[in-house]
Unconditional design. Sequence first.
Length: 113
Amino acid sequence: MAILYPAILVVILGMFQISLYWHSANAAEAAAERGVDVGQIGDGDAAAAEEAAIRMLDAATRLRNPQVTAVIADDRITVTVTADAPRLVGLGTWRVGSVAQGRLERFVPADER
């Protein structure tokens, strides 16, 4: 038991750590996509896209050191989200990140379509 119990404990903690990492990666992806959705509207607003992504991260998970950047160039918006995933044991940093892109939406009058 003295040899088997620590090995089982490491496997169980490893499964929990992997699930925390996976959840954090999904949250980063969803936040980046939400930022693109908000930033696409109108003429594009990078600040609003960053704020929407940060609000979604705060609501979805407890990621540490979140960094969100939104860039608008050539009628496209790109939102990048990176953060540190929570960890059970202090063994290094588990960094997650996601990038989402989309075209800016433009109003086209009916006679120009």
